[in-house]
Design a protein. Structure first.
Length: 192
């Protein structure tokens, strides 16, 4: 889902996902009654680092890979984002090729320094091997990525991380409502 925003210029953004528990039944009851837990739903979000506001989000089950959803979310925002920050779960050629030099994603440890379809990814791998990952993170200001974690923390503390509905088609609606209400609450709070 795309959220309308009030950005004057293209912001730096961070993308990540977080889980919402589908059941309030704990591990103890699950093991006691030999019933498997129902799992969780994932909220994938693109957050503007400048003002820690949500630009776009998608809701999936726990089996969908982050990079697959991230590619679709970022494709719709390509013209509005200056740089994208993400963790290693979003290490994919498609995302690197979409943003090129403006992709700030540490590659996996076994990443090749050969291009293989993504010159910008290969360049980052070479930079990390030349120096260290720690130095690379400092040089690109990778700590900005934590703004998405700050957003998720506030969302879960304010709106809760447990989904109360049972029907699968209502689960996504409840998560979307939590996001919308949290965004409205943030706007009212910062407007004062």
């Amino acid at each position: 889902m795309f959220l309308s925003g009030h950005w004057r210029e293209s912001p730096d953004c961070a993308i990540d996902s977080t889980g919402f528990k589908i059941t309030i039944r704990g591990d103890y009851l699950g093991s006691k009654w030999k019933k498997p837990r129902k799992g969780w739903s994932k909220l994938h979000a693109v957050i503007s680092i400048n003002d820690v506001s949500m630009m776009s989000f998608s809701i999936t089950d726990e089996h969908v890979h982050n990079a697959k959803v991230g590619k679709e979310l970022l494709k719709s925002l390509k013209e509005r984002i200056r740089r994208i920050f993400a963790d290693k779960h979003y290490d994919s050629r498609a995302i690197y090729n979409t943003f090129g030099e403006n992709t700030i994603i540490p590659p996996r440890k076994n990443a090749s320094s050969k291009s293989r379809g993504s010159p910008s990814r290969a360049k980052i791998v070479k930079q990390i091997r030349k120096r260290s990952e720690k130095e690379w993170r400092e040089s690109v200001d990778y700590g900005k990525r934590w703004n998405v974690e700050i957003y998720f923390s506030g969302l879960k503390r304010t709106m809760g991380e447990v989904i109360k509905v049972i029907r699968p088609d209502y689960i996504a609606q409840e998560i979307a409502l939590k996001v919308q209400y949290y965004n409205m609450l943030r706007e009212v709070t910062y407007a004062c």
